[in-house]
Design a protein around this ligand. Structure first.
Ligand code: PMP
Length: 398
């Protein structure tokens, strides 16, 4: 069969191939990007779904507006206000089917074949794939412990004149890195100066361990003249509430937003009204702060357990920057010629899984890197998993 040419730009994900091996009994998985299902607020969600069907059954079960269910748009605007974005109203935000759809809509509205985009190296694999599907050349800007290196980013913007710059400034996937306040301001200045769209993808910002991260680019944009219109912000309830609900949102300038709405209309008409009404009821009932407090505490303890175990079991065979939130720890093997791909295969033999880092780079992959998720295993399993990782490392060097 002759498929569309655009499919030639993407390959099936190496990660998906690896996931096939995860069925092995007893395996400790640090591989997924999932939140822990044991932490879902099932009671809160039951009450919210019940309320949605009792109070607004017509709306919850009917077709709805492409922009989103109005009570949810208002709740989400309120949620953003709580995070320092007081000047975004409900009609400046559209509800999307997960933030993944917001990224797809940005690709669809902004990218023509041959256009260039800049992403972090490393970044969220699905974004690389999605932008490539629209024919983008995906250029990579390096990330260090303070997030994307803004001086290099500026050079790349000048050199390539990209259609957009995609960043995960807070607790990046997979890097775990958080962009410093100073660099955030610089990114906004670059957006205004070069008139380049900056996409802030922020599914993890609420999952901080001790202190709240610096304000989002969106919150800071009100103080950087000319930056707001060049900024798009993607939010999601997936990591803080439930990924199965498929609720995300997109905030952007009205011109871009109206085109995104048009594209969404021809794609899924609207995000599930039942899911939207349930999410709106959940937020209205005020369950979110307690739910967030709970997951933050659990993930903080697991991240700490993983870092302690890595330091005591693997010592200077690995290096990492401690994440201050999110779900991921980004590790670099320090041994000469270290290959995280070979280690991943050996690790499965030893009963532990993780994702090698190379696929997260759109250019110049660093094969010594790997991503560990600390979200789904409890502390004892994390310690066991790290011991298995140590055995795997010994076996590759044997
Ligand atoms: N962006 C990033 C950085 C992610 O890690 C994910 C999920 N892994 C998404 C977007 C998509 O999330 P969702 O569609 O569930 O909102």
């Amino acid at each position: 069969m002759q498929f569309a040419e655009r499919l030639n730009n993407v390959e099936t994900s190496a990660i998906r191939e690896l996931f096939k091996l995860l069925g092995k009994p007893g395996i400790v998985s640090f591989a997924g990007g999932f939140p822990d299902a044991a932490l879902f607020d099932v009671e809160g969600m039951k009450a919210a779904a019940q309320a949605a069907l009792t109070e607004e059954p017509g709306a919850a079960l009917q077709y709805g507006a492409t922009e989103g269910y109005q009570p949810l748009r208002e709740q989400l605007a309120g949620f953003m206000h709580g995070k320092g974005v007081a000047d975004v109203a409900a009609d400046q935000l559209i509800v999307t089917t997960g933030s993944q759809q917001a990224l797809d809509l940005l690709g669809k509205t902004m990218i023509s074949p041959g256009d260039k985009v800049i992403v972090e190296g490393p970044t969220f694999l699905a974004t690389i794939q999605c932008f490539r599907l629209y024919g983008a050349e995906v250029i990579s800007a390096p990330v260090d412990a303070q997030g994307v290196q803004v001086d290099v980013l500026e050079r790349l913007i000048v050199e390539h004149r990209p259609k957009l710059v995609y960043l995960i400034p807070t607790f990046g996937n997979p890097s775990g890195a958080t962009l410093s306040l100073e660099r955030r301001k610089r990114v906004l200045e670059l957006a205004a100066q070069y008139q380049v769209l900056v996409v802030e993808d922020d599914p993890y910002g609420d999952l901080y361990f001790d202190a709240a991260p610096p304000p989002s680019l969106l919150a800071l944009s009100k103080d950087v003249p000319g930056s707001r219109e060049w900024l798009a912000h993607c939010g999601s309830l997936s990591k803080v509430l439930s990924p199965g609900l498929r609720i995300g949102w997109l905030i952007a300038n009205p011109e871009l937003l109206s085109r995104a709405v048009m594209c969404k209309q021809f794609s899924d008409a609207h995000t599930s009204t039942f899911a939207q009404a349930t999410a709106a009821q959940y937020l209205k009932a005020g369950h979110m702060p307690a739910a967030l407090a709970k997951v933050r505490k659990v993930y903080a303890a697991r991240a700490q357990a993983m870092m302690d175990a890595l330091r005591s079991e693997l010592g200077d065979a690995v290096e990492f920057t401690p994440p201050a939130g999110g779900l991921f720890l980004w590790l670099r093997l320090t041994g000469e010629g270290a290959d995280a791909g070979a280690l991943a295969k050996q690790a499965i033999e030893q009963g532990v899984a993780f994702v090698p880092g190379a696929p997260f780079f759109s250019q110049n992959p660093d094969t010594a890197t790997l991503r560990l998720s600390f979200a789904t295993a409890d502390e004892a399993r994390i310690r066991e998993g790290v011991q298995r990782l140590k055995r795997a490392l010994e076996a590759v060097h044997a």
